[in-house]
Design a binder for this molecule. Structure first.
Ligand code: KIV
Ligand code: NA
Length: 265
Protein backbone atom coordinates (compact mmCIF):
# COMPACT_ATOMS: atom_id res chain seq x y z
CA UNK A 1 0.00 0.00 0.00
CA UNK A 2 1.09 3.52 -0.79
CA UNK A 3 1.50 5.51 2.41
CA UNK A 4 -0.26 8.82 2.95
CA UNK A 5 2.31 11.57 3.47
CA UNK A 6 2.02 15.30 4.13
CA UNK A 7 2.74 15.77 0.41
CA UNK A 8 -0.17 13.51 -0.52
CA UNK A 9 -2.46 15.66 1.65
CA UNK A 10 -1.27 18.82 -0.13
CA UNK A 11 -1.92 17.16 -3.51
CA UNK A 12 -5.41 16.23 -2.32
CA UNK A 13 -6.17 19.87 -1.50
CA UNK A 14 -4.69 21.02 -4.81
CA UNK A 15 -6.89 18.48 -6.65
CA UNK A 16 -10.02 19.34 -4.64
CA UNK A 17 -10.15 15.90 -3.00
CA UNK A 18 -11.46 15.89 0.58
CA UNK A 19 -9.28 14.49 3.36
CA UNK A 20 -10.77 12.04 5.90
CA UNK A 21 -9.36 11.94 9.43
CA UNK A 22 -10.40 10.19 12.66
CA UNK A 23 -8.87 9.83 16.08
CA UNK A 24 -7.32 6.52 17.17
CA UNK A 25 -5.77 5.57 20.49
CA UNK A 26 -5.10 1.82 20.46
CA UNK A 27 -3.86 -1.00 18.22
CA UNK A 28 -7.12 -2.89 17.61
CA UNK A 29 -9.22 0.14 16.69
CA UNK A 30 -6.43 1.71 14.63
CA UNK A 31 -6.17 -1.49 12.58
CA UNK A 32 -9.88 -1.27 11.70
CA UNK A 33 -9.72 2.46 10.92
CA UNK A 34 -6.61 2.13 8.74
CA UNK A 35 -8.03 -0.93 6.98
CA UNK A 36 -11.17 1.04 6.13
CA UNK A 37 -9.00 3.48 4.17
CA UNK A 38 -8.81 6.62 6.32
CA UNK A 39 -6.22 9.22 5.22
CA UNK A 40 -5.08 10.48 8.63
CA UNK A 41 -5.27 9.00 12.14
CA UNK A 42 -4.93 11.55 14.93
CA UNK A 43 -3.67 10.22 18.24
CA UNK A 44 -5.58 13.00 19.97
CA UNK A 45 -5.09 14.14 23.52
CA UNK A 46 -8.86 13.50 23.63
CA UNK A 47 -7.52 10.13 24.84
CA UNK A 48 -7.53 11.95 28.18
CA UNK A 49 -11.35 12.02 28.00
CA UNK A 50 -12.16 8.98 25.88
CA UNK A 51 -9.58 6.50 27.18
CA UNK A 52 -8.87 7.72 30.71
CA UNK A 53 -12.17 9.35 31.72
CA UNK A 54 -10.78 12.76 32.63
CA UNK A 55 -13.03 15.80 32.29
CA UNK A 56 -10.47 17.74 30.22
CA UNK A 57 -7.45 17.05 28.01
CA UNK A 58 -5.06 18.71 30.46
CA UNK A 59 -4.06 15.72 32.66
CA UNK A 60 -2.73 13.37 29.96
CA UNK A 61 1.06 13.02 30.10
CA UNK A 62 3.68 12.82 27.36
CA UNK A 63 4.48 9.21 28.33
CA UNK A 64 0.78 8.31 28.03
CA UNK A 65 0.52 10.01 24.62
CA UNK A 66 3.58 8.07 23.45
CA UNK A 67 2.03 4.79 24.68
CA UNK A 68 -1.17 5.48 22.69
CA UNK A 69 0.75 6.65 19.62
CA UNK A 70 3.11 3.65 19.55
CA UNK A 71 0.10 1.30 19.78
CA UNK A 72 -1.55 3.05 16.81
CA UNK A 73 1.65 3.11 14.73
CA UNK A 74 2.04 -0.68 15.14
CA UNK A 75 -1.39 -1.16 13.52
CA UNK A 76 -1.16 1.29 10.64
CA UNK A 77 -0.02 0.45 7.12
CA UNK A 78 -1.37 3.37 5.11
CA UNK A 79 -2.62 6.37 7.09
CA UNK A 80 -0.53 9.35 8.18
CA UNK A 81 -0.29 9.20 11.99
CA UNK A 82 -0.39 12.62 13.70
CA UNK A 83 0.24 12.82 17.45
CA UNK A 84 -1.04 15.58 19.75
CA UNK A 85 1.58 17.33 21.87
CA UNK A 86 0.05 17.25 25.38
CA UNK A 87 -0.73 20.31 27.50
CA UNK A 88 2.35 21.76 29.19
CA UNK A 89 4.87 20.11 26.88
CA UNK A 90 5.42 22.98 24.41
CA UNK A 91 3.76 26.24 25.50
CA UNK A 92 6.19 29.01 26.35
CA UNK A 93 9.39 27.02 25.94
CA UNK A 94 10.64 26.19 22.44
CA UNK A 95 13.51 24.04 23.73
CA UNK A 96 11.11 21.85 25.70
CA UNK A 97 8.78 21.79 22.68
CA UNK A 98 11.58 20.42 20.50
CA UNK A 99 12.54 17.78 23.09
CA UNK A 100 8.86 16.74 23.35
CA UNK A 101 8.42 16.45 19.58
CA UNK A 102 11.64 14.45 19.21
CA UNK A 103 10.56 12.05 21.98
CA UNK A 104 7.19 11.53 20.25
CA UNK A 105 8.83 10.81 16.87
CA UNK A 106 11.54 8.53 18.30
CA UNK A 107 9.54 6.59 20.86
CA UNK A 108 6.19 6.22 19.05
CA UNK A 109 7.14 6.15 15.38
CA UNK A 110 4.43 8.72 14.58
CA UNK A 111 4.76 10.79 11.42
CA UNK A 112 3.87 14.32 12.61
CA UNK A 113 2.81 16.29 15.70
CA UNK A 114 -0.13 18.62 16.34
CA UNK A 115 -0.08 21.71 18.57
CA UNK A 116 -2.84 24.06 19.72
CA UNK A 117 -2.36 27.79 19.19
CA UNK A 118 -1.29 30.53 16.78
CA UNK A 119 1.29 33.30 16.89
CA UNK A 120 1.97 32.71 20.61
CA UNK A 121 3.55 29.31 19.87
CA UNK A 122 5.24 30.13 16.54
CA UNK A 123 8.72 29.98 18.08
CA UNK A 124 8.10 26.42 19.32
CA UNK A 125 6.65 25.38 15.96
CA UNK A 126 9.60 26.82 14.01
CA UNK A 127 12.11 25.05 16.22
CA UNK A 128 10.35 21.68 15.77
CA UNK A 129 10.19 22.21 12.00
CA UNK A 130 13.97 22.79 11.90
CA UNK A 131 14.35 19.20 13.16
CA UNK A 132 12.40 17.98 10.13
CA UNK A 133 9.29 17.10 12.10
CA UNK A 134 6.02 17.99 10.31
CA UNK A 135 3.64 20.12 12.41
CA UNK A 136 -0.15 20.35 12.16
CA UNK A 137 -1.73 23.48 13.70
CA UNK A 138 -4.99 23.67 15.66
CA UNK A 139 -7.06 26.87 15.98
CA UNK A 140 -10.56 27.88 17.05
CA UNK A 141 -11.74 25.86 20.03
CA UNK A 142 -8.50 24.69 21.61
CA UNK A 143 -9.42 22.37 24.52
CA UNK A 144 -6.04 22.75 26.26
CA UNK A 145 -7.03 26.41 26.92
CA UNK A 146 -10.46 25.55 28.30
CA UNK A 147 -9.80 27.27 31.62
CA UNK A 148 -8.96 30.50 29.78
CA UNK A 149 -12.22 30.42 27.77
CA UNK A 150 -14.46 28.81 30.40
CA UNK A 151 -16.81 27.02 27.96
CA UNK A 152 -16.84 24.77 24.89
CA UNK A 153 -19.08 27.14 22.86
CA UNK A 154 -18.47 28.11 19.20
CA UNK A 155 -15.38 30.32 18.77
CA UNK A 156 -14.58 33.37 16.62
CA UNK A 157 -18.17 34.54 16.10
CA UNK A 158 -17.08 38.16 16.64
CA UNK A 159 -15.10 39.98 13.96
CA UNK A 160 -12.10 40.68 16.16
CA UNK A 161 -11.58 37.03 17.11
CA UNK A 162 -12.30 35.97 13.51
CA UNK A 163 -9.64 38.32 12.14
CA UNK A 164 -7.14 37.06 14.71
CA UNK A 165 -7.89 33.48 13.68
CA UNK A 166 -7.21 34.31 10.02
CA UNK A 167 -3.93 35.98 10.98
CA UNK A 168 -2.99 32.96 13.09
CA UNK A 169 -3.75 30.57 10.20
CA UNK A 170 -1.55 32.64 7.88
CA UNK A 171 1.22 32.70 10.50
CA UNK A 172 1.06 28.89 10.85
CA UNK A 173 1.25 28.50 7.08
CA UNK A 174 4.18 30.94 6.85
CA UNK A 175 6.01 29.09 9.65
CA UNK A 176 5.74 25.88 7.63
CA UNK A 177 2.87 23.87 9.14
CA UNK A 178 1.62 21.22 6.68
CA UNK A 179 -2.04 21.48 7.71
CA UNK A 180 -4.36 23.11 10.28
CA UNK A 181 -7.32 21.77 12.27
CA UNK A 182 -10.12 24.30 12.80
CA UNK A 183 -12.43 23.35 15.67
CA UNK A 184 -15.96 24.65 16.28
CA UNK A 185 -16.00 27.96 14.39
CA UNK A 186 -18.58 29.40 11.95
CA UNK A 187 -18.62 27.55 8.59
CA UNK A 188 -18.26 30.79 6.65
CA UNK A 189 -15.06 31.74 8.52
CA UNK A 190 -13.58 28.25 8.10
CA UNK A 191 -14.28 28.33 4.37
CA UNK A 192 -12.57 31.71 4.14
CA UNK A 193 -9.47 30.35 5.90
CA UNK A 194 -9.40 27.32 3.55
CA UNK A 195 -9.45 29.73 0.59
CA UNK A 196 -6.88 32.18 1.97
CA UNK A 197 -4.24 29.64 2.97
CA UNK A 198 -2.77 27.03 0.64
CA UNK A 199 -2.23 24.20 3.15
CA UNK A 200 -5.06 21.70 3.88
CA UNK A 201 -7.63 22.85 6.47
CA UNK A 202 -9.29 20.02 8.41
CA UNK A 203 -12.51 20.91 10.20
CA UNK A 204 -14.44 19.62 13.21
CA UNK A 205 -17.66 21.54 13.69
CA UNK A 206 -16.37 23.97 11.05
CA UNK A 207 -18.73 23.18 8.15
CA UNK A 208 -18.23 21.71 4.69
CA UNK A 209 -16.23 24.48 3.04
CA UNK A 210 -12.87 23.15 4.26
CA UNK A 211 -10.47 20.57 2.82
CA UNK A 212 -11.28 17.66 5.13
CA UNK A 213 -13.07 16.50 8.27
CA UNK A 214 -12.04 14.95 11.58
CA UNK A 215 -14.17 13.36 14.32
CA UNK A 216 -13.44 11.47 17.51
CA UNK A 217 -13.95 7.84 16.46
CA UNK A 218 -15.83 6.85 19.65
CA UNK A 219 -18.28 9.71 19.03
CA UNK A 220 -19.02 8.89 15.37
CA UNK A 221 -19.42 5.17 16.14
CA UNK A 222 -21.89 6.04 18.90
CA UNK A 223 -19.88 4.30 21.63
CA UNK A 224 -20.12 7.44 23.73
CA UNK A 225 -23.82 7.83 24.46
CA UNK A 226 -23.89 11.20 26.17
CA UNK A 227 -22.03 13.54 23.80
CA UNK A 228 -24.41 14.94 21.17
CA UNK A 229 -23.20 18.26 19.75
CA UNK A 230 -24.80 19.58 16.55
CA UNK A 231 -21.67 18.91 14.45
CA UNK A 232 -21.53 15.20 15.30
CA UNK A 233 -22.96 12.71 12.81
CA UNK A 234 -23.34 9.26 14.40
CA UNK A 235 -22.68 6.47 11.90
CA UNK A 236 -23.63 3.70 14.29
CA UNK A 237 -25.08 3.09 17.72
CA UNK A 238 -22.30 0.93 19.10
CA UNK A 239 -23.33 1.75 22.67
CA UNK A 240 -26.60 -0.11 22.11
CA UNK A 241 -25.06 -2.87 19.95
CA UNK A 242 -22.32 -3.55 22.48
CA UNK A 243 -24.69 -3.45 25.43
CA UNK A 244 -26.93 -6.02 23.73
CA UNK A 245 -23.96 -8.32 22.98
CA UNK A 246 -22.65 -7.99 26.52
CA UNK A 247 -26.09 -8.73 28.00
CA UNK A 248 -26.43 -11.83 25.80
CA UNK A 249 -23.06 -13.12 27.05
CA UNK A 250 -23.99 -12.50 30.69
CA UNK A 251 -27.32 -14.25 30.29
CA UNK A 252 -25.74 -17.20 28.38
CA UNK A 253 -23.16 -17.67 31.14
CA UNK A 254 -25.84 -17.50 33.82
CA UNK A 255 -28.14 -19.96 32.04
CA UNK A 256 -25.30 -22.38 31.23
CA UNK A 257 -25.94 -21.99 27.47
CA UNK A 258 -22.32 -20.86 27.01
CA UNK A 259 -20.12 -22.79 26.42
CA UNK A 260 -21.86 -25.56 24.49
CA UNK A 261 -20.39 -28.93 23.37
CA UNK A 262 -18.63 -27.40 20.32
CA UNK A 263 -17.09 -24.66 22.43
CA UNK A 264 -15.12 -26.93 24.72
CA UNK A 265 -12.18 -29.40 24.48
O1 KIV B 1 -7.72 15.43 20.50
C1 KIV B 1 -8.55 15.44 19.56
O2 KIV B 1 -9.40 14.55 19.41
C2 KIV B 1 -8.49 16.55 18.60
C3 KIV B 1 -9.49 16.60 17.50
C4 KIV B 1 -10.84 16.90 18.03
C5 KIV B 1 -9.10 17.54 16.43
O3 KIV B 1 -7.63 17.39 18.73
NA1 NA C 1 -6.49 17.33 20.67
Amino acid sequence: VKRVTTHVLQEMKDNNEKISMLTGYDFSMAKIIDGAGIDVILVGDSASNVMAGHETTLPITLDQMIYHAASVVRAVERALVVVDMPFGSYQGNSKEALVTAIRIMKESGGHAVKMEGGQEIIESISRILTAGIPVMGHLGLTPQSIYKFGTYVVRAKQEEEANRLIEDAKALEAAGCFSIVLEKIPAELAERVAKEVNIPIIGIGAGGGVDGQVLVVHDMLGINNDFNPRFLRKYHNLFEEMTNALKSYISDVRSGDFPNKEEQY
